[in-house]
Write a protein that binds this ligand. Structure first.
Ligand SMILES: Cc1cc2nc3c(=O)[nH]c(=O)nc-3n(C[C@H](O)[C@H](O)[C@H](O)COP(=O)(O)OP(=O)(O)OC[C@H]3O[C@@H](n4cnc5c(N)ncnc54)[C@H](O)[C@@H]3O)c2cc1C
Length: 405
């Protein structure tokens, strides 16, 4: 590592880190991005799907070699009884091979002038008066001390930098635990992402994210479940009437697990000379846990501000900039998450009713005023009829069909 005078140290080379390193280096800041992984992008802990509307906000072109599938719509599978196919632009998506995508983003950061060091872990940080004065790195077996002016903490949901700074950790309900298999399908998959909302999962959801016509990520995002998640996923795949049509749990190419922060929108957090970005800042669309593109966008904002800053107080503009660019979408994501949590806490509703209402919330077919009267909604059939009527009234390209057995 030859460069010792660093303006911006970016910790973590996920989408947030690469977005930050690229932006900081592009405006001439001496930038170093480090990652503890020996190979950037692996292991994958992700469903790998990106919403095309957020890609548009990011203003980037997805690298063609990283795209493995495109989905024109999203299918919600409601309580194993009905399909809700949503063809609104928001629910179009692409699946990226993150091993390729993350490395591509890191390569771009390097090409824009940032140094990049894999196998380089931030071990500790010295904090004085609420700012980091020096960091201890372990770089390929050697200890290195650096004194960067500014730091972008893009080191994920269990951020080491956040711990060193005493930032509140994501725990309990602000974490969703994911478990996922990359699988081979028995028959051709429909060209959509499928989201499963049902009593068997509870608060959280299941997914099939195509990675081609006969390959997909099949997983579960679970909130507050401690029993063996892999066993639960295998059983879920094998006994589910829709999922077992396509997959059996004996054809697994890769196992992926990880935690996603779903804390609600916190804007762009800054502490002293540190800007937090991506999962380390909870910058996900909280109701679905989508974080790849939001992290890249917010990381880019952090890098631009850190790269141009002359002193700590100039970092304060980060929060406003994040809110300006991502505020509307992230606030909506948080509101929808809060509504989902509220529904699953309602004691008088059955899990089946909660599942149907959750799908209505995710498709924005229900408002706050409806939630007040939900206690008195009698049964699932009535709710399905209500959903059908709301779809008609909304004029949105959404279709509801029963699942034929
Ligand atoms: C099971 C699961 C499925 C998901 N599916 C999707 C999905 O389909 N679509 C989507 O958009 N989002 C999804 N997400 C969320 C998405 O993966 C994250 O929001 C996104 O990766 C956040 O990017 P990031 O750069 O902030 O953090 P990360 O991608 O987590 O990158 C952080 C990096 O920091 C490095 N690091 C950590 N500590 C240190 C240290 N001390 N020193 C040096 N380096 C360090 C890590 O090695 C890592 O490379 C999913 C999450 C989970 C858990």
């Amino acid at each position: 590592m030859k460069q010792k005078e660093i303006d911006v140290l970016v910790v973590g080379a996920g989408p947030a880190g690469s977005g930050a390193a690229r932006a900081a280096a592009q405006i001439g800041a001496r930038t170093l991005m480090i990652d503890r992984k020996k190979e950037i992008g692996t292991p994958v802990q992700c469903g790998e799907v990106v919403g095309l509307s957020v890609v548009e906000t990011a203003g980037i072109k997805l690298p063609p070699h990283a795209i493995c599938a495109r989905q024109n719509y999203t299918r919600f599978v409601v309580d194993r009884k009905a399909y809700v196919d949503n063809r609104s632009p928001y629910w179009r998506s692409a699946t990226v091979e993150r091993k390729i995508f993350d490395k591509h983003l890191a390569m771009e950061a390097a090409q824009h002038g940032s140094d990049v060091q894999a196998d380089c872990r931030l071990v500790d940080a010295e904090v004085e008066d609420g700012r980091i004065t020096s960091v201890q790195l372990r770089h390929r077996g050697k200890d290195v001390e650096l004194k960067p002016r500014f730091i972008v903490a893009a080191d994920g949901v269990h951020s080491t930098v956040a711990k060193a700074m005493g930032k509140e950790e994501y725990r309990g309900d602000s974490i969703a635990s994911g478990v996922e298999y990359e699988m081979v399908a028995k028959k051709r998959l429909p060209p959509c992402m499928q989201i499963f909302i049902e009593p068997e999962i509870g608060l959280g959801y299941g997914w099939i994210i195509p990675k081609g016509q006969y390959r997909a990520n099949v997983g579960l995002g679970l909130v507050g479940r401690s029993a063996s998640r892999r066993e639960f996923l295998s059983d879920w795949i094998n006994e589910h009437p829709v999922v077992s049509n396509y997959f059996d749990a004996d054809k697994v190419l890769e196992v992926k697990t990880g935690d996603a922060p779903v804390p609600g929108f916190e804007g762009g957090p800054v502490m002293g000379n540190v800007l937090f970005a991506g999962d380390a800042a909870g910058q996900t669309l909280a109701f679905v846990g989508e974080g790849i593109m939001p992290s890249y966008i917010c990381g880019g904002i952090a890098g631009r501000i850190a790269g141009a800053a002359k002193n700590d107080s100039e970092l304060e503009s980060y929060d406003g900039a994040v809110r300006e660019i991502m505020g509307e979408e992230m606030t909506l994501g948080s509101d929808l998450r809060d509504a989902l949590v509220m529904v699953w806490e309602m004691p008088d509703l059955s899990d089946s009713q909660k599942s149907i209402i959750s799908v209505m919330i995710m498709n924005e077919l229900i408002g706050e005023e409806d939630m007040v009267m939900m206690d008195s909604v009698p049964d699932g059939r009535t709710l399905m009829a209500m959903m059908r009527q709301r779809i008609r009234e909304s004029g949105k390209p959404i279709k509801l069909t029963g699942i034929r057995r």
